[in-house]
Design a protein around this ligand. Structure first.
Ligand SMILES: [Zn+2]
Length: 51
């Protein structure tokens, strides 16, 4: 499931991951490290909602 950032609209797609921050493709949002932040605006995981 994709998750969208409530602050800036960035969409985390688990099929893509976040390679720039060491998150491999296929990583579920739930499995991101607790200190992962939005690559666009820097807010934490608690600011994301399921798309
Ligand atoms: Zn954001």
């Amino acid at each position: 499931m994709k998750y969208v950032c409530n602050a800036c609209g960035y969409v985390y797609d688990p099929a893509v991951g976040d390679p720039d921050n060491g998150i491999a493709p296929g990583t579920k949002f739930e499995d991101l490290p607790d200190d992962w932040t939005c690559p666009m605006c820097g807010v934490g995981k608690d600011m994301f909602s399921p798309e």
